[in-house]
Design a protein around this ligand. Structure first.
Ligand code: URA
Length: 211
């Protein structure tokens, strides 16, 4: 039977039966969300963007960055001559926290193995963490209890670091979150463009100093 107006959900997709997905499915976030938001873009590319968590629109449609911040991300990519053909986008959390509340430590611990699986399979040269939350996750090398101690995005954006988490090695280049840029376009857009030049240079093999 087709129920008109019913929201389609991917939560019962049979391909989500690997161990990392099962961990996600045990969390309250999974209970409360409409869709699991996995990622979008080109999985064969060398650049992975990582945001924080799906918002309302992302939860409804099952895709990351489709709301206001996603529209801004598309515009920002266009400004630097890129599109979703050149990057893949995923999030730290695979399900929307109710009312966009902060996730608990247990929720982050349960959701990030799926992100690490994505990194293991994609093998990007550069991971760009979008905003404070994703940046602090990587700077803390995945240890949630160390996230609060990490530097702010305003201090580390555009800086290249080598990161090793659970045997996975990649270069991290933090970027301002597209949602933050909406509220401070004049100041942050030029900084985002400069940071993306660093990303492009890194991917096209030019030398950039690592700390
Ligand atoms: N903000 C994020 O960090 N991720 C999304 O998917 C949407 C908004």
């Amino acid at each position: 039977m087709i129920v008109c107006g019913a929201m389609k959900s991917n939560k019962n997709f049979k391909e989500f039966n690997f161990s990392e997905a099962k961990l996600v499915k045990k969390t309250l976030l999974f209970e409360n969300c409409l869709n699991i938001v996995v990622g979008k873009g080109n999985f064969d590319s060398d650049i992975l963007f990582v945001g924080e968590a799906p918002g309302r629109k992302e939860d409804e449609l099952g895709e990351p960055f489709v709301g206001a911040s996603g529209k801004n991300l598309d515009k920002l990519l266009l400004r630097v001559g890129l599109s979703l053909d050149d990057i893949y986008v995923a999030n730290i959390l695979k399900c929307r926290p109710p009312e966009n509340r902060d996730p608990t430590k247990e929720e982050v611990v349960a959701h990030t193995p799926w992100l690490l699986k994505q990194i293991r399979e994609m093998r990007p040269r550069v991971v760009c963490s979008l905003g404070n939350y994703a940046t602090r996750f990587f700077l803390a090398l995945g240890k949630v209890e160390d996230m609060k101690k990490q530097d702010k995005i305003s201090d580390v954006h555009g800086k290249v670091r080598k990161i090793k988490i659970e045997g996975l090695e990649f270069k991290l280049i933090p970027l301002f979150h597209p949602a933050a840029i909406i509220y401070n376009r004049t100041k942050l857009t030029p900084l985002w463009e400069e940071d993306m030049e660093i990303v492009k240079n890194e991917v096209f093999d030019k030398v950039v100093d690592c700390r």
